[in-house]
Design a protein around this ligand. Structure first.
Ligand SMILES: [Zn+2]
Length: 49
């Protein structure tokens, strides 16, 4: 199920459809707004808490 969202990166704000199963996508394009480094950082943070 696709969800209509807006990019979480403040200066971007582009609209996109979240087609991930978990519906946890927050950037319109991971390559430009949510790079791999950011993704890993947020994941390790979630593991701790
Ligand atoms: Zn974006």
């Amino acid at each position: 199920m696709a969800r209509f969202r807006t990019c979480a990166k403040a200066p971007c704000g582009a609209a996109f459809y979240d087609t991930s199963r978990s519906g946890s996508r927050v950037w319109h394009d991971v390559k430009t707004c949510g790079n791999v480094v950011n993704l890993r950082a947020s994941r390790s943070r979630q593991k701790k808490s």
